[in-house]
Design a binder for this molecule. Structure first.
Ligand code: MGD
Ligand code: MGD
Ligand code: MO
Length: 763
């Protein structure tokens, strides 16, 4: 099999040729320490991160093992905590000195760098300023605002960091008030999983648990950037490699973390090496080319079966699945020319993967945004499931499908009721527990919220964390429209652009972070989160809050709900705020199968598993079987680039967490400096007469009557496949049409938008 260094690697482009982790990650941490000046206490807090009895990191959703490392955090987890525990404060004085219009001129980095929000604030439209208010005034004002609106015209958005306790109350509040408009950041992220994976396996989350990684022989990695986005997962991958497990990666970019890793917590690797080679084979698939790549691999596996038999797991296919013949027939019609064209890969490369797959007993498929954020994202996932099912690689130890979730509790929020899809929520149970008739109609997804803000049908927006107005597709087009809303409420830790687009009445409410102590009537409170492998962990913050005026998210949701809703003897906002154990009892009563003895299992080392039917080979699909899918198309793109067009991929740097921009170093890609760049390979540059450092305008090539442009991007040569370009998120979001999304789940197609580049006149 090919070694990574045999595969094409350009030497004429920026490329970070040091292993992920290693001294670079130590330097990455050092620079944020210097910037944020954390106290000694903040550093002690880091040592408790992700340990039973400590707090759970608010960065990624990767699982927290039962036997944690001495420091169970990574460069980016440390950055997230230190960013939260900064000494800088963004208090009323800052707002007194500046109008909201002035603050809109600040960059994402500057806004958050101002520090932690300290006081509840009300927007004063006469002076265009945020002014200090009291919690009582805020709750009364918001309650009055919500009562004056039709509940169905309001939206309660939740980003993925809030606890299970907060999420449960927020969703209950929405339904008692009268709507299911409960999108969360998952709508821009793994909704493709929630809908697409559920369609074929009956389960909306991955089937793997951590111990599966002790028994797998082959990992197939699609479009997930582990080194940056879930670095602690590298420890697991390193252990897999040391056991002799093979790893094959499909990614248009040679992401360092998937190439090589030096464990920053291993003194031997840090001083003398050797580093661990992560990917045995790294295939730089074209963006949107994964359906075709998987079609090629499956085609070859079927050929091997025809040649020598014994390759397919016939028992599994017969007993557990539906649709195999249709898939085989369809792929019989697909030509290798077509596959090579769509993937940009060679037939021989895909055949190597198929041969390896056919030889491996236990295979795990892993994926991230490279599969989910496409117009045919659900089909991407269905194709990966197709491949895994051929050899019964689901629901058996050491096998499975493992989407790597984003925000630390984004999966859990969905588990406990944050969903615009009422069929996913036990509404009858809620009706019984709280004596009311929950709304039954479909709520709005994120893209439907953007549509509603644009057409004026959304009138009120309550945001529990996140930076919605900045993270969405078509963000520039929606900016003006936010100002027309009747009511906006933002519950946040740090200032961001969404807060600077206030509605006619607007409130900005500061909350605790997870590492801070949450003291209520019965004493300090723990909260819980669910990780990417469906394990539930308790989290106890111990740091002194950044300001005495902060409240916890639970208290803010409860306070707002109490001021909005009529009294109901079964709904006890004050008691619940006083003792979060009571909220966990409600979660257990609502979801008894998953959350039995919830309070008793709160601090189980490694978390407790909430179970997964597909893992047990129980398929909660329409047919009662796992579904093979015959692909109707071979490209995941909604529109193939034509003529001069290129496919735009939007990227996260190693120095950001979504719209939180820590700094300007994309160390693992060998890039640093301003983020206004467009990456393109040198041959494409030459074909288009572009030169390094030239300034271009990027235009969206989806023809829907709206012009979308981003100006002033600098051309940077980079190792990418032909016919595509890459730019950073959120700077590139104005280019992504809100209507351009996964067909089934409506997840925006952030990884495959057709664009054109235009040289700007030199000044
Ligand atoms: N430090 C840090 N950690 C984070 C985040 C962060 O911003 N910073 N964000 C969090 C969140 S909310 C999420 S959802 C996750 C996101 O984590 P990921 O799922 O890793 O998401 P991205 O970084 O957007 O892109 C993933 C990869 O997909 C590749 N890719 C793009 N298009 C294609 C394609 O068509 N096919 C294939 N095979 N690959 C493709 C890109 O090159 C990139 O390496 O990370 C979470 N963790
Ligand atoms: N082009 C493009 N767009 C994308 C993506 C992409 O890959 N490409 N990815 C999408 C994805 S995967 C996601 S998940 C979304 C992210 O969308 P969001 O989740 O809405 O955005 P974040 O940037 O994570 O939100 C950051 C803000 O959250 C607040 N915050 C931080 N911690 C806390 C806390 O503990 N409590 C509260 N209440 N607030 C807190 C802070 O004020 C901070 O400014 O963006 C999506 N947009
Ligand atoms: Mo995400």
């Amino acid at each position: 099999m090919s070694e990574p260094d045999e595969l094409s690697q350009r030497d004429d482009t920026a490329f970070y040729d040091h292993p992920t982790g290693g001294w670079g990650s130590v330097r990455g941490m050092a620079s944020i320490l210097a910037d944020q000046k954390p106290t000694a206490g903040a550093l002690r807090t880091l040592a408790r991160q992700n340990k039973p009895g400590g707090h759970m990191c608010t960065s990624c959703a990767w699982t927290k093992p039962a036997q944690p490392h001495l420091f169970e955090f990574c460069e980016n987890g440390a950055k997230a905590t230190i960013w939260d525990l900064t000494r800088d404060r963004c208090g009323p004085e800052l707002f007194a000195a500046r109008t909201v219009a002035e603050l809109r001129g600040w960059s994402d980095h500057e806004l958050e760098e101002a520090g932690r929000l300290t006081h509840p604030l009300r927007y004063d439209p006469d002076t265009d300023r945020y002014v200090e208010t009291t919690w009582d005034e805020a709750f009364a004002g918001i309650g009055a605002g919500l009562k004056a609106l039709d509940p169905k015209s309001t939206v309660f958005y939740m980003s993925g960091k809030g606890s299970l306790e907060t999420a449960y109350l927020f969703a209950l509040f929405a339904r008692l008030y009268g709507h299911n408009n409960l999108p969360d950041s998952s709508n821009m992220c793994h909704e493709t999983t929630s809908v697409g994976l559920k369609k074929v396996t009956g389960s909306s989350v991955g089937t793997c648990i951590l111990s599966d990684f002790d028994h797998c022989d082959l990992l197939l990695f699609f479009g997930q950037n582990t080194g940056t986005n879930s670095p602690r997962f590298l420890h697991t991958l390193q252990a897999c490699k040391e056991r002799g497990c093979k790893i094959v990666t499909f990614n248009p970019i040679r992401e360092r973390g998937l190439v090589e890793f030096a464990n920053p917590q291993s003194p031997v690797q840090m001083t003398t090496g050797p580093t661990t080679t992560i990917s045995d084979l790294y295939l730089q698939v074209r963006p949107g080319g994964d359906i075709a790549a998987l079609a090629g691999i499956i085609k070859r596996v079927l050929e091997l079966e025809a040649q020598r038999g014994g390759v397919l797991d016939r028992g599994f296919i017969d007993e557990h699945t539906h649709g195999f013949d249709a898939l085989a027939t369809r792929l019989g019609d697909v030509s290798w020319e077509e596959i090579e064209r769509e993937t940009g890969l060679r037939r021989a490369e895909l055949e190597v993967v198929a041969d390896l797959y056919a030889r491996s007993r236990n295979v795990i498929g892993i994926y991230g945004m490279g599969l989910t954020q496409h117009v045919h994202g659900s089909l991407n996932i269905a194709m990966l499931v197709n491949l895994l099912m051929l050899r019964g690689n689901i629901g058996r130890e050491g096998t499975g499908i493992s989407p790597v979730r984003g925000h630390s509790n984004v999966q859990g929020q969905r588990t406990v009721g944050i969903s615009e899809k009422p069929e996913l929520v036990p509404l009858d149970r809620l009706a019984e527990l709280f004596g009311f008739e929950p709304p039954r109609e479909q709520g709005r997804t994120t893209v439907e919220v953007v549509d509603g803000v644009l057409d004026g049908s959304v009138r009120g927006f309550v945001s529990l964390g996140g930076n919605f107005a900045r993270a969405i597709p078509d963000n520039a087009r929606a900016e003006e429209a936010w100002r027309g809303l009747d009511l906006t409420v933002q519950i946040a830790t740090k200032l961001n652009r969404s807060h600077l687009l206030p509605g006619k009445a607007a409130w900005l409410l500061p909350c605790l972070v997870r590492a801070e102590e949450d003291r209520q009537a019965t004493g300090p409170q723990a909260v819980t989160i669910e990780d990417s492998l469906s394990h539930i962990h308790g989290s106890l913050g111990k740091r002194k809050p950044a300001s005495p005026h902060l409240r916890s998210e639970v208290a803010i949701v409860a306070g707002t709900a109490k001021a909005t809703l009529p009294p109901n003897p079964k709904v006890k906002w004050d008691d619940w705020t006083g003792d979060f154990g009571l909220i966990r009892d409600l979660i257990e009563a609502t979801y008894p199968e998953e959350f039995g003895d919830f309070n008793g299992r709160l601090f189980t080392p490694g978390g407790f598993y909430r179970g997964n039917a597909a893992r047990d080979r129980r398929w909660k699909t329409e047919s009662g079987k796992a579904e093979f899918t015959a692909p109707e198309v071979l490209s995941a793109l909604g529109k193939e680039p034509e003529g001069e067009e290129l496919t735009l991929v939007t990227l996260r740097s190693n120095d950001q967490f979504n719209t939180t921009i820590y700094g300007f170093s994309d160390r693992l890609r060998g890039l640093s400096g301003p983020r206004d760049v467009v990456l393109i390979n040198p041959e494409e540059m030459a074909r288009r007469g572009l030169s390094e450092g030239q300034i271009v305008t990027v235009e969206c090539a989806v023809a829907d009557g709206t012009d979308r442009v981003v100006r002033g991007l600098k051309v940077v040569p980079y190792d990418l496949p032909d016919a595509c370009v890459a730019a950073y998120y959120p700077e590139a979001n104005p280019l992504i049409p809100v209507g351009y999304h996964d067909l089934l789940s409506k997840t925006p197609a952030f990884k495959g938008v057709p664009v054109r580049l235009r040289a700007e006149a030199q000044s």
